[in-house]
Design a protein around this ligand. Sequence first.
Ligand SMILES: [Zn+2]
Length: 422
Amino acid sequence: MSELSAGWVLPVDGPPIENGRVVWEDGRIVEVGPGRAARHLDDAVILPGFVNAHSHLEYAVYAGFGDGLPFARWLLVHMERKARIGLPEMEAIARLGAAECLTAGITTVGDCSFTGVSAPACAELGLRAIVYLEVFSRDGFGLERFEENRPRVDAVANGLVRLGVSPHAPYTVGLDLYREAYDLGLPVATHLNESRDELDWLADGTGPWQPFGDALPKPLGRSGIRALAAEGLLRPGLVAAHCVVVDAEEVALLAEHDVAVVHCPRSNSLLGCGTAPLAELRAAGLRVAVGTDSPASTPSFDMFEEMRTAVYLARARERNPEALGAEEALALATIGGARALGLEGEIGTLTPGKRADLTVLSLAGSPYHPVEDPAAAVVFGGSPERVLETVVDGVTRYRQGEDAWHEVRSTASAARARLLAP
Ligand SMILES: [Zn+2]
């Protein structure tokens, strides 16, 4: 049995508990309530581990690549550089991505993986993951590629790491491949309505994607969301990242088919794609999660920054300070992510019976200490540097000051040097 107490416990499925305690056994939470454990952290908050519902761990060292370029050209920089490294380097990078997630208090990722190397990386470091193997309609990148990469996930798959499939997006993947992906009976993730550029291409083959048209499926004459809906390919098991450029009818289609949406506010704004209409998505009753996407577009796997950006952009977009509160942002980043990934029965809140995935955050010396509103203190005052400990499935996978990942960092850094080599 393990236990820990702190100045505050934020179970997320109930009110904050001052001087609270969490007890777990065999990887499962058995008690949450007021109390003091042998190990007590006075200036800290215990909260459910963050669920980063859309990541690409394989791009952990891609920070700054193509910054400021239009979306299509930005993507080409990545594809070109990625071709310079091999699988061992990709795995080294994914391992760093998993380490950085744990350092930032993230305990689960929904990871879209080009090669599947994020599966061994997550298994090794103890990060819970659904690894969605990416497929594209380009020759050699379809389901045969899925079958080729699948053993990397299968070899380590257990309760912690699971297999999924990700048809990349409707502008890179034909509708038939979406159908085949569903037929696998696995969790499915995709990218939908991320940029105006892709919608221009999908509508009539125009816009910045036009020069690359030979490598893409034929334009569908409508948006990805509308095309998938028309073919019965919007389904409740689908996790859709972005949904930035959407109209009311598309939001209604997503809601009607119970598609989960992953909001990636930093990625979408840095790439100049815009920001998703979070208020409308939530008002439509959609399951909404938060994701950092990859450092290729976002600087870090930092859910605190992601939650704050969600709050800033929602309030700015709606011109309303009530558009998204700290408590709501925290819920999106925990139970929201769990619901989107279909894991709400296991994780997302500190609830007896659920798996013991928790994050311990120090508020010592923070402007939000002494604490008035613990959710506001976490969302506005939190940062990876303040994470004291990250526990996944009852096992401490990160503890501040005990950084055992020197090798992980240096190997990933060498891989970045290769990516930068002309
Ligand atoms: Zn993505």
